[in-house]
Design a protein around this ligand. Sequence first.
Ligand code: GLA
Length: 722
Amino acid sequence: MTFRDQTPGAIRLDGNETTIIFAWTDGLPAILHHGEKLSEDADLLGIAAALARPEAHATLDINEPVSLHPEPSRGFPGHPALTGKRRDEPKSWAGKFNLIDITKQPNRVRFHLTDEPRALSLDLDCQIDPESDVATFRSHLLNRGDAPFIVDWLAPPVIAPDRRYGEFLAFHGRWCAEFAIERRPVSIGTMLRENRRGRTSHDAFPGIVLLTSTTDQEQGVCLGCHLGWSGNHRLLLECLPNGDRQLQMGALFMGEEAVIAPGEAIETPPLYIAQSIGGLNALSQKFHDHVRKRILQLPDPHAPRPVTVNTWEAIYFDHRHERLTALADAAAAIGAERFVLDDGWFRGRRDDTSSLGDWYPDEEIYPQGLGPIADYVHDKGMQFGLWVEPEMVSPNSDLFLDHPDWALSVDPYPMITGRNQLVLDIARSEVSNYLFERLASLISDHDIDYLKWDMNRDLTLPGGKGGTAVASRQIDALYSLIDRLLRTFPSLEIESCASGGGRIDYGILQRTHRFWVSDSNDTVERLRIQWGFSYFFPPEVMGAHVGPTWSHTSGRGLPVGFRALIASSGHFGIEDDLTRMSDADLDVLSDAVERHKEDREIWHRGRFYRLQTVDASLNGCMAVAADRQHARLIVAAIDRPDVSLMPRMRLPGLQSNQTYRIRLQYTSETVDRANRRFDNLIATDGLMLRGEVLAIIGLSLPILNAQSGLAIAIDAVTANGG
Ligand code: GLA
């Protein structure tokens, strides 16, 4: 359906629980409402009239609200949605788009805008997924002129957050401490977060949640946004003195990396937006649903996520065949389903100072190639995975000797290494062809089922040929390289890793299948990281491993049962040397593997809840199966509780009138000692309670010592008593 000359006008998009209303008079469309669903016959123009703005003193005579594309030529005094120019055209920095056409499809609207003096066309594309309720916004800028147009900044359609959102959650972090959350007030001025690291980054996850001071996990309004992009980005939340607010997120460009040639166009990365009136859990559930239905493309969506053994913290660079086969034996014995050979397998790689780029099995350690170990693993009934870091080159490598010019640099500035390595200019076809050929032959020669695709350094000076900035081209080239591999090997699965969680976003997730969320296997740190991660990502894409007793990254020592418990809600794995574990620890671990296999369907397909407690030292999460007949619950204490008894735990998401049997599935090592007596969940038949009691009144739990936890199973009692 096409509308023409709608002045003034309004249009709506409807999700499952959400309505978005766009309205315009003689200006550009603006978001009038993004939230609660309105009745089908709501009078949109009436709503627009109800919200017509009075004029304040000492303002321009045009009272421009935050439109989908704010610009100074319309009197908007804040940050514009587009900044750019044509060389040698002094006034081309200024421009004004007019709405000329609207294309409306059931769940999508495209506003077509043109700026004739500048010969630019802009499409603002807004759609909502009727199932997940997540909206996706994108801008598309076409240069119809004769000269290139240089874009400094182009935002996807701009969000105008309602003033009811007085606070926001920002996600920051660092290596081994990803997804830290800071709750801050929204205040006058601009909150600007930029990432110039050349990858999604550990410290500036491109996401934000706006909320009110009373919004919590279970109630209240909130609006979440995430930019699906794996490179440099900017997030800008601006509050103008008149109370208007705007949220812009987009790809951040350096130098002249976004030059649109005549007749060509650029498109922003997608901005994903969800709104909830039922608290933060409901918001996350929408994002999880969207990931499951629209982002993640698993070769076999019905297959369970395989229990993984990764060699990294078990053996590091010690790749002797007998060590590997012993580890594979132990992995198979404990029930692992995938064995991943991490760093150290390729030509000359004995430590992290050399050889990236030389993607051939090391002739000394693997005289017959990777065939024998891959076959060994396959014969044990496990998938075989391989670590690679394709975008990188070590100065100390054959590849660099042969092609020093393949590394990104800006002459005459010295190339800065990170973990002793440089970055390849993978947008050059000879470079991506080399990488494709190497990866493709490794995969086909050894029947590789899985790649752990790493990226271990920042890229702050991304100079391509002639030194031109290519940071965003690098990400496009990365996406193309992975897409090409997946087209050739459709059953291949890929893990996205960047020194742990440095590349976690929906852009990379469209072409990978899980994340290595953090290099920290320290369970106490992981509890917090996993909590933050869950705001935008469901548990099945959360790589979570049982690391060594004494964490290699933090030095903290924790018992194996607790480590396994906290990893078991995610895509579970083990990264400890199983061949050196005590029999007692192996028993605990194999029980955890078994329990995970029984429960993973619930964690990986169910609705995920972060559990709210009044005690900050407690951390709980829960998954409720789609049919709401089963739920699994993990509660952990980081510290001793404030008071001697645990607070009641309220469990949302179950069917009110259904009776459930509640069983203590597992308590980690020290829980017995913390309780002189505890038996409400220990009785053989478990406790029987209705869903409404669990949600409204809650459950009393055993006392947890510091750094311990428990797992609870909740299963509907059926007519035959099962
Ligand atoms: C990075 C990853 C680790 C491991 C090493 C190998 O640090 O995050 O998991 O693969 O590289 O060098």
